[in-house]
Design a protein. Structure first.
Length: 143
């Protein structure tokens, strides 16, 4: 079940039947609004395949077509790699791992850690931010 409410979607996962909120950026919201006007309203699913819902193989074929059109088919990208990119981009933009865990729908934060990778730049920024705090204020804890 999908319910669009302003800038987020309440989504009940088919795999685990758990509900979660999926937030929409401005461009995603605009694309969804356009799609809602164009789609076949007689279909039950937001993105429909030949029969009912869009199956993985149909989604993969569409994805592969776009990869070919952009000349990226040799890079080894998969639909699932988009999920890893999403996680890594948010982590590197400063999102806390606990928030990212909820967005990805992981029960275990270790799974989220495997999904999201910090860039060298993010690690360096974190290091220098922490060192600045230590140098300015010092850390006065018992170790």
């Amino acid at each position: 079940m999908i319910c669009v409410i302003e800038r987020y979607i309440i989504y009940e996962g088919e795999k685990n039947c758990l509900g979660r909120v999926v937030y929409l950026s401005d461009d995603a919201l605009m694309a969804l609004q356009i799609w809602l006007k164009e789609r076949d309203r007689t279909k039950e699913y937001l993105f429909s395949g030949i029969r009912e819902k869009l199956c993985y193989s149909s989604a993969w074929n569409i994805f592969a077509q776009y990869l070919r059109q952009t000349g990226l088919q040799h890079k080894g990208y998969t639909i699932h790699s988009l999920r890893h990119t999403f996680a890594s981009e948010l982590l590197n933009a400063g999102m806390r791992l606990e928030c990212l865990q909820l967005l990805l729908g992981h029960r275990n934060i270790e799974i989220t850690r495997r999904y999201a990778r910090l860039t060298d730049k993010s690690r360096a920024e974190e290091y220098f931010r922490a060192m600045q705090i230590i140098e300015q204020r010092g850390i006065h804890g018992a170790y």
